[in-house]
Design a binder for this molecule. Structure first.
Ligand SMILES: Nc1ncnc2c1ncn2[C@@H]1O[C@H](COP(=O)(O)OP(=O)(O)OP(=O)(O)O)[C@@H](O)[C@H]1O
Length: 716
């Protein structure tokens, strides 16, 4: 396909190409005084600036407040500063703001620190898993919702906070939903600690008044705690649902947006949205004025494939028009690489950012004027009856489409190209189905129990997960040995599992590996499994890639194969002895990866993750050992950990997953694709044309009854 080919229907109006003279909002040479002036003027022009006084009054008068305002109106960056200025951090208290995504917490904190003229980590900071940029002086703290939930494990009353803002609540991530229930309770407990003061949310119709329901926490006996102000915030929120849940909380709407975003639809549905993405990128590049492009795709593989094709097609353009630089951003990309998308666009170039929904909410990426939205997202899906979680590509909701278009129009007017007809937009769901209704709950349940919630089905969820999903997850935790018969954390396994920031099945594998003398191998395995697609196979070199993979392939399966890759990279670096400079290491490793058809981004992610979980395991005092060449021991540990994902070969050649009874096949990317092992364990089930299992290793069927009698003795 020629990049200059115009495809009817995206509705772009033609502009004469203006390929030179791109400007970036982040000129590093700008004099700091001028920059401060500019920022202060920008702040004053935000829609939220005109309602500062009113918002502060509303927060003073209401313990819980819902704030809804257009994308880019200034909620995330300004409201915490208004509250700080109004004295909410007196007595050394902190204002905490949660974000569903790490990248948003980090970049917004950076922006607010700059607006306040302070160094990041002083008055303004952020805290995300494995990265804490706060100090004793931090008063405005951005963090992920998951991190605040973990903080609650250490301080159930979250006593350092005077205000907690749950931002982007429409995303309805599991941690956000759970936090809402917990924070309601923290508010009640804190109020009770000050002479049973009445809540300031006065709603005669509310059946959720303070005291109507008993606290999940033990009665508070101790010092008086200041009241907690709770603010729920989003651009695309059905305020009614939240208000009803939060005892009739008041909703405030911030009117207006800073710059308009023109929305364009295709005339017809697109049969191949990736093709349409490519056409639209080049159409914008060749026909529209200056400005960077943000494209939403569903995952790493798709992003990397579009990135390659953009570069191939660029070569076909006249020399003066090849001025595109591409940057990917997805969750498993190491954070320094994620941050590259926020850097100023090189002079004379147009930046094209290829992103998953990681860049959908909260972030402001300087320079973005055009958004291309094919309308799809990869979402978790869970079938509690089969106990199987999978990732599927589904259409976005209207709320997501709105958030995506809101990434343009933040510094100047923008355009959003939705690659589907307007009639399709009308058919989209209004909001995204809450994650808690479509994922395995064992992780969150383990955390709730660790927080002291005894009656998980009775927990005050904003929308209750199905009873069967709760029961299945409790059953899974019990089978993993995390819970006792009384549904308490077991000692020490359950407590150890709750301390590890991983899915329980992986926490169990790590705790278990310690007693199988193969902790090192299991840490590598879990780290490698956390990265998407370690092997990389370009279409035009698929035979070479297959040969390269054979050098690492183990007849025992994918887990040992992944360990082989990890260790080969380590040995290679060791031989080159380049530990003096991380940059040099990275460069050499990238070259090695390229030669061996390994995805260097994924390997770097795995190496980072390995270091982080190893740190946790060491802190917990787990017995650190390697089983060396005795991989039998390691495979027995795989069976003892992942026994819920075992499959038996059937006479006709397919496999049957033992826990769910589903017919599955080994994925073509597995090293065991051609083998005829009788019994295997796996880590992932993907549904494409049929059900495939990925990350597969051979085990002995008898190990299951020996090592997991709690399940296989029952199942017999
Ligand atoms: N890193 C940044 N660089 C430049 N401008 C920024 C940056 N962050 C924020 N801004 C400016 O501040 C405005 C308000 O951003 P803010 O994140 O507070 O809005 P919001 O209402 O929370 O939006 P959303 O609902 O999309 O999260 C942006 O539209 C943009 O003009």
């Amino acid at each position: 396909m020629s990049p200059s080919m115009a495809q009817g229907g995206t509705g772009t109006s033609s502009h004469s190409p203006q390929l030179n003279g791109f400007s970036s909002s982040n000129n590093p040479k700008a004099n700091s005084f001028a920059r401060r002036q500019k920022i202060s003027q920008q702040r004053r022009s935000l829609p939220i600036a005109s309602v500062e006084r009113r918002l502060v009054e509303e927060v003073k008068n209401n313990d819980t407040l819902i704030v809804v305002g257009e994308t880019g109106s200034g909620k995330t960056t300004q409201l915490p500063q208004f509250l700080f200025d109004a004295g909410f951090c007196r007595d050394g208290k902190t204002i905490g703001i949660t974000q569903p995504r790490r990248v948003a917490a980090v970049t917004v904190a950076g922006r607010v620190a700059e607006e306040c003229g302070v160094e990041l980590g002083q008055k303004v900071g952020y805290s995300i898993r494995f990265d804490d940029m706060t100090t004793g002086s931090t008063r405005i703290k951005y963090m992920t919702d998951g991190l605040l939930l973990r903080e609650a494990l250490l301080d159930p009353y979250l006593s350092r906070y005077s205000v907690l803002i749950i931002d982007e609540a429409h995303e309805r991530t599991v941690p956000t939903d759970v936090l809402l229930g917990l924070l309601k309770d923290v508010q009640k407990t804190r109020l009770r600690s000050i002479n049973g003061r009445e809540s300031k949310n006065k709603n005669p119709n509310s059946n959720n008044e303070e005291g109507a329901q008993s606290s999940i926490f033990k009665p508070f006996q101790g010092r008086k705690l200041p009241p907690l102000k709770l603010i729920i915030m989003s651009a695309s929120l059905d305020a009614r649902i939240f208000s009803e849940y939060l005892g009739g909380a008041k909703a405030v709407h911030v009117q207006g947006r800073q710059y308009p975003v023109e929305i364009l639809y295709t005339a017809h549905p697109q049969s191949d949205y990736l093709e349409s993405v490519l056409v639209t990128i080049f159409q914008v590049h060749l026909n529209e004025g200056p400005g960077d492009i943000l494209v939403f795709l569903t995952g790493q593989e798709e992003i990397e494939s579009v990135e390659r094709t953009v570069h191939e097609q660029l070569r076909q353009l006249p020399e003066g028009k090849r001025n595109i630089v591409t940057y990917p951003i997805f969750s498993s990309l190491p954070s320094e690489q994620q941050m590259r998308v926020f850097a100023p666009t090189p002079a004379g170039f147009r930046k094209v950012i290829l992103a998953t929904n990681i860049a959908e909410t909260s972030v402001t990426i300087p320079g973005i004027k055009y958004v291309i939205d094919p309308g799809f997202v990869k979402a978790r899906s869970y079938d509690p009856n089969k106990g199987m979680e999978s990732l599927i590509v589904i259409p976005t909701s209207k709320a997501q489409a709105l958030q995506r278009s809101g990434r343009a129009g933040r510094e100047a007017p923008g355009k959003c190209f939705r690659l589907y007809p307007e009639s399709e937009f009308e058919k989209l769901e209004d909001s995204t189905k809450p994650e808690i209704k479509r994922c395995n709950l064992s992780n969150v349940i383990l955390q709730l129990i660790a927080l002291g919630v005894d009656d998980v089905p009775g927990f005050d969820f904003i929308e209750k997960p199905s009873r069967i999903a709760i029961v299945k997850s409790l059953e899974q935790l019990f089978l993993l040995g995390a819970l006792t018969d009384e549904c308490k954390l077991s000692n020490p396994v359950g407590h150890q599992m709750a301390r590890l920031p991983l899915d329980p099945i992986y926490s169990k594998a790590i705790v278990q590996a310690s007693s199988f003398n193969c902790l090192e191998e299991m840490l590598i395995t879990v780290a490698m499994l956390s990265a998407e697609s370690i092997f990389y196979s370009p279409r035009e070199k698929s035979e070479e890639a297959k040969t390269a993979m054979k050098c690492f392939a183990s007849p025992e399966g994918d887990h040992v194969t992944l360990i082989n890759v990890f260790r080969a990279a380590d040995e290679f670096l060791e031989k080159r002895k380049t530990v003096t400079s991380k940059d040099k290491d990275d460069k050499i490793l990238r070259k090695w990866c390229k030669e061996n058809f390994i995805n260097s981004r994924s390997l770097r992610h795995a190496r980072d993750t390995y270091r982080q979980i190893r740190g946790h395991a060491e802190q917990m005092g787990l017995h650190f050992a390697s089983c060396g060449d005795d991989l039998l021991q390691f495979r027995r540990c795989l069976a003892a950990s992942f026994f819920l994902n075992a499959a038996l070969r059937q006479p006709e050649g397919a496999y049957r997953a033992l826990a769910s009874g589903q017919a599955v096949r080994i994925h073509p990317s597995s090293v065991l694709n051609q083998t005829k092992a009788d019994c295997v364990i796996f880590n992932e089930l993907v549904q494409t044309s049929q059900k495939y299992i990925r990350s597969v290793s051979i085990i002995d069927y008898l190990w299951l009854t020996e090592l997991a009698p709690q399940f296989y003795a029952m199942a017999k």
